[in-house]
Ligand binder design. Structure first.
Ligand SMILES: [Zn+2]
Length: 411
């Protein structure tokens, strides 16, 4: 299984599928089409059925049931795109057999080294087969490892018909990294009762809580007058914007929070005397606290409007996604089954809240409860990204085990 996973993963990694937030097409980039077509052919060649790719690049396929038991249809998803913030062109994966626990030279000429001094987690991988970058691109284990693991698990089940299972659906989706993964996902066509994204980090990760998320855009209009004659006339929008920021609790920011703590994050601040624009994201696990944060921003805007004039300040808040826990808690057994699958394989489950969102955060609110499973990678979205092929095997085994458990628990 390991060799199969490595070969698949490297083949996918070499296709540049970097997504682009400024594109208005779906998928946002043509490289994702290239990978989608490759995956369609591969799904057919391993013997999957109902293999489809729709006009938006969503790939779906079925592993038909081989039991008469009444097993719920479950799905597995992974995303095809890689992060926009680091190049995904000409990815050239390097394989390190029997990692010795020391420094890994990613790129000799440029002196780029993956070192346990900077990344102490490397200690967990002594003796593993590691896949790294050549130091000049990201690797794309997020989430091509997930694709390779799902594909390999499906192939395993097709090769082992003695393992009984219900109907399984798989989907490979575009544009997760720019938050659009589920936007055109056809939940009804997918037809699963529950699903798992295979898009998490290191071994054992199991996630079913995400942030509630919104973004806020504030525009402040000033009044510019020659500074020599500005007394009593000039209104400096930059200073009003600073006042806005200063009224937010200073410690409720990403750099001061962890675990279940929420925050306001000032993403950008662009201004002149005449006009200043602030862009924030608001994050909280607790729905009430989340609403309170949005209310707080409205309060500040209202008080500044009172002080400087109503037409000087506009505030626009848009919700982005919600904590999937609300939708997963009522079908908690899907998390318990993933937990049990890991335990059966001697993997210690690491259940923790995601300080971010996944496709599952949106899908869960579209009627498809979708927790997240580890795919195995480390240091996502940059040149130091790497993955253990041994843990990719474990991820594929967890998928198979979950499918088995659903069958065993059915009647
Ligand atoms: Zn991902």
């Amino acid at each position: 299984m390991k060799q199969e996973l490595i070969e698949r993963f490297i083949r996918y990694a070499k296709v540049n599928t970097q997504s682009d937030p400024n594109s208005h097409t779906c998928p946002s980039t043509s490289g994702q089409w290239e990978l989608a077509r490759m995956l369609v052919e591969e799904l057919k060649s391993i013997g999957m059925e109902d293999v489809t790719v729709d006009e938006n690049g969503y790939v779906m396929a079925t592993l038909p049931a081989n039991t008469d038991k009444n097993v719920p249809v479950i799905g597995f998803l992974a995303h095809m795109d890689t992060a926009p913030e680091f190049t995904g062109a000409n990815v050239n994966p390097q394989i390190i057999e029997q990692y010795d626990g020391g420094d890994i030279v990613l790129n000799k000429e440029q002196g780029i080294i993956l070192s346990p001094n900077d990344f102490p987690e490397l200690a967990h991988y002594k003796g593993h087969t590691l896949i790294t970058t050549d130091g000049t691109t990201l690797l794309g284990a997020d989430d091509k490892a997930g694709i390779a693991e799902i594909m390999t698990a499906m192939n395993y089940l097709i090769q082992h018909p003695e393992i009984k299972h219900g109907k399984v659906r798989v989907a490979f989706t575009p544009d997760e990294e720019i938050g659009r993964g589920p936007h055109k996902f056809d939940v009804a066509k997918f037809g699963a009762q529950f699903a798992y994204t295979v898009d998490g980090g290191p071994l054992g990760e199991l996630e079913y809580e995400s942030f509630n998320a919104a973004e806020a855009k504030i525009t402040i209009k000033g009044k510019n007058v020659h500074p020599g004659t500005a007394k009593g006339k000039m209104i400096n929008s930059i200073k009003i914007a600073m006042e806005f920021q200063q009224q937010l609790p200073a410690h409720e920011a990403p750099e001061h929070t962890e675990g279940y703590e929420g925050f306001y994050h000032l993403l950008s601040f662009q201004g002149s005397v005449e006009e200043t624009k602030l862009h924030y994201i608001i994050r909280d696990f607790d729905r009430e606290q989340f609403e309170a944060r949005k209310a707080k921003m409205k309060e500040i805007a209202a008080s500044l409007a009172q002080k400087y004039g109503n037409d000087r300040i506009t505030l626009e808040i848009n919700d982005q996604y919600y904590n999937m826990r609300e939708k997963i808690e009522p079908v908690r057994h899907i998390v318990d089954i993933a937990h049990e699958a890991m335990t059966n394989l001697s993997i210690e489950p690491k259940v923790k809240p995601i300080r971010g969102g996944t496709d599952g955060s949106q899908l869960s609110y579209m009627g498809l409860p979708t927790p997240n499973l580890f795919a195995g990678g480390e240091n996502f979205h940059g040149r130091y990204e790497y993955i253990s092929a041994d843990n990719m095997v474990k991820a594929a085994e967890v998928i198979v085990e979950i499918i088995k458990l659903f069958e065993q628990k059915a009647s």
